[in-house]
Design a protein. Structure first.
Length: 165
């Protein structure tokens, strides 16, 4: 796969992850577990970031202390509120997983289909990466809105990640 394409994809996907991190860091404790469930939206975003970066989704298991609660068809919340520190550790693991996937992309991997267990999602890996980046940015924007409403502040735009490919 063309290196300029991989570099560009990483710089933009990494920037989305950086923006999510900035929202987590800026969120004050008094908003973390308010009725808007800032922590939960952040967790949901990280859970699916991780899931969509997993080459064989049938083998997906989030790292401890996280569970597969996001797959619960009843919409059950996790058993407890996750801390900022736990989510920042998860974010760093996801950042590295994304970086490594993009760095290792070949034309063959990019064209391979990623298929979830229920076969409701079938995407070439390259398209799933873009889908995943959009999902991260969508929820990061929601978190930034909660910050703006709660403390009249939000992190600044990140144009590209500083982490090299």
């Amino acid at each position: 796969m063309d290196n300029i394409l991989k570099e560009t994809l990483w710089k933009q996907f990494g920037a989305s992850i950086d923006m999510l991190e900035n929202a987590l860091v800026l969120c004050p404790d008094n908003i973390w577990d308010k009725e808007t469930k800032f922590w939960y939206m952040a967790y949901h975003t990280l859970f699916f970031l991780d899931y969509y970066l997993t080459p064989k989704p049938a083998n997906f298991l989030p790292p401890p202390p996280f569970t597969l609660s996001e797959f619960d068809p009843s919409g059950a919340m996790p058993e407890r509120v996750y801390t900022r520190e736990e989510l920042l550790i998860y974010l760093e693991a996801c950042r590295n997983k994304c970086h490594d996937l993009v760095a290792g992309l070949t034309d063959e991997i990019a064209k391979n289909n990623w298929i979830n267990d229920s076969k409701t999602m079938v995407y070439p890996v390259i398209e799933l990466l873009l889908y995943n980046m959009r999902h991260v940015q969508h929820h990061t924007a929601q978190l930034n809105l909660l910050l703006r409403q709660g403390i009249n502040d939000a992190p600044r735009w990140v144009s590209r990640t500083k982490m090299c490919l």
